[in-house]
Design a protein around this ligand. Structure first.
Ligand code: GLU
Ligand code: ZN
Length: 286
């Protein structure tokens, strides 16, 4: 943190929340809901909502989408303090965090097809669960490697893990804090450092939630199960664990989760079609 951002931080008031989109496409209604939900929760808590650009995938993320995100959020009437944290500027920090996991990580060069062919179970996202092959058959050095966590050893080292959650009712976060036990074993030997980038979503998100002093993580239910893995990494890396509130997902006509890869309608295409920002708010129930 520079002196200037430290001064700015001291002027802002906690609690701190964040909206953390990936600039690999235009924001759609689902993102709009998540952003409006986050700013509403920040107001309710008397805190500040921060913007974080999650661009660790330097192939799929593009500067024009980053610019479009800021434009779309401003159009929705949302603002955020500067500077905006961009994950692509922080690879050295993620490398250092991975190094701190030390011998809990092991190299793996299996392809998706190999993993799928051997898998007998799936992870909470429905992806084939890794069978631990490379833990017993170390890949040759120099091949393209990903780094996986030895889940059983990591759980043994971390001990019992609680996750503090606030229930969500539509567009509102609840008041009662509940703690549930995390079960990261469901993710198996998850990838912590990818082949194509020196980190992973899971590693970067826990490093940055801590770096930004995030007290409340508000995001969609699609990331609820990932929280168990985040709780494990927070404990192993001795990072503070925020409170979590996962909101429902906006569904399109086919009742599918909206995503940029499906035929989801972008906020900017609605704007170009004449929608006003209050129409978006109304459509999403805000
Ligand atoms: N970057 C993630 C996404 O766009 C969100 C991560 C998070 O909120 O934890 O889905
Ligand atoms: Zn492998």
């Amino acid at each position: 943190m520079t002196v200037w951002s430290a001064v700015l931080a001291s002027l802002m008031s906690g609690p701190f929340l964040r909206f953390a989109p990936s600039p690999n496409g235009y924001l759609h209604l689902g993102h709009g809901f998540s952003a409006l939900f986050t700013w509403r929760a920040a107001t309710h808590l008397g805190g500040t909502a921060l913007l974080r650009i999650e661009d660790i995938d330097t192939v799929r993320c593009k500067p024009e989408y980053d610019a479009a995100i800021r434009e779309d959020l401003a159009w929705l009437g949302l603002d955020w303090p500067q500077p905006v944290l961009r994950q692509s500027e922080r690879f050295a920090l993620y490398r250092a965090a991975a190094a701190r996991l030390g011998d809990l990580l092991y190299a793996c060069n299996c392809s998706r097809a190999e993993i799928a062919a051997r898998a007998t179970r799936t992870d909470p996202d429905g992806a084939p669960l890794y069978d631990g092959h490379c833990r017993h058959h170390p890949p040759p050095a120099g091949s393209q490697l990903q780094w996986r966590i030895k889940m059983d050893e990591a759980i043994a080292r971390a001990g019992p893990l609680g996750i503090a959650e606030l229930a969500v009712d539509g567009i509102n976060i609840g008041e009662t804090l509940e703690t549930r036990l995390a079960n990261p074993a469901l993710w198996g030997d998850a990838v912590i450092v990818r082949k194509d980038t020196p980190t992973s979503y899971h590693l970067s998100v826990v490093v940055d939630d801590a770096a930004q002093g995030i007290t409340h993580v508000t995001r969609g239910m699609d990331l609820h199960a990932a929280t168990d893995l985040h709780a494990l990494l927070q404990k192993l890396l001795r990072l503070p664990a925020p409170i979590y509130a996962h909101h429902g997902l906006v569904c399109d006509d086919a009742d599918l989760k909206l995503s940029k890869s499906k035929r989801s309608v972008s906020l900017r295409s609605l704007r170009e079609a004449g929608w006003l920002s209050q129409d978006i708010r109304g459509q999403l129930g805000f």
